[in-house]
Design a protein around this ligand. Structure first.
Ligand code: PGA
Length: 249
């Protein structure tokens, strides 16, 4: 079976509401139905108005959620809450959350479980820092992030999870990983899944790339055999650029 192709836009903490709605209108107007799954990750307060506007063929996701359903967690939002707004996906363990909010591999595992319990698809983000790559630790670091967050799952659960490899040194820096560097890591992650589960699951799981992915480098990245799409930050704030990346397949 052919794997899904995914292009997801992570808006992070950007855009006033008016600009966010305008961006959605542009995406809706220029979106052409095809075999690529487009997903938008707006800031949490915009999920409600965007869910009313977004073309239903485009997926909606949250950038983060708490690992409990309810409780005394001031300032947090649960997966149960975001589900009210047609949300289907949740980003888990983005490097900015690991860096600024000390999210650990253990936290990501709890969030992955909660997402699955709530019927949401987790997108587990992983990636090494520049220092870790200089020290040639990238495979070790990413292997640990992936196995500690995901490898307690049953194969049937894992095959629906999406993994986003995002080298920290490439995020928002304009320094994209080369297609070969990205392919090497994606193939490594797939081999870990194959070792732990069955080959069939390793063929089915989607692994997307993030980190300064733009219209001018997307084709080369997406042509790699183990790269199933992209998680786009900066370029997803512009409808033309975002859709051009989707067309790069
Ligand atoms: P970028 O961000 O495309 O701006 O590098 C990617 C991400 O953080 O998901």
């Amino acid at each position: 079976m052919e794997r899904k192709k995914i292009v997801a836009g992570n808006w992070k903490m950007n855009l006033v509401l008016e600009d966010a709605l305008q961006l959605i209108n542009h995406i809706n107007e220029n979106y052409e139905e095809g075999d690529i799954e487009l997903i938008i990750f707006p800031p949490t307060p915009y999920l409600s108005p965007i869910s009313n506007l977004l073309n239903p063929l485009i997926g909606l996701g949250a950038q983060n959620c708490h690992q409990e359903d309810w409780g005394a967690y001031t300032g947090e939002t649960s997966m149960k809450m975001i589900k009210e707004f047609n949300v289907k996906y949740v980003l888990i363990g983005h490097s900015e959350r690991r860096k600024y909010y000390n999210e650990s591999n253990k936290d990501t595992a709890l969030k992955v479980d909660k997402a699955i319990k709530n019927g949401l698809i987790p997108i587990l983000c992983c990636g090494e820092t520049a220092k870790e790559r200089q020290e040639d630790l990238q495979l070790e670091v990413v292997g640990k992030q992936v196995s500690e967050a995901l490898f307690h799952l049953e194969g049937e659960q894992l095959k629906d999870v999406i993994i986003a490899y995002e080298p920290v040194w490439a995020i928002g820096t304009g320094k994209t990983a080369t297609a070969d560097q990205a392919q090497e890591m994606h193939s490594f992650i797939r081999s870990l899944v194959k070792e732990k589960y069955k080959a069939a699951i390793s063929h089915e799981i989607c692994i997307i790339y993030g980190g300064s992915c733009k219209p001018n480098n997307a084709t080369e990245l997406f042509n790699m055999p183990d790269i199933d799409g992209g998680l786009i930050g900066g370029a997803s704030l512009n409808a033309e650029e975002f859709l051009a990346i989707a067309q790069a397949f």
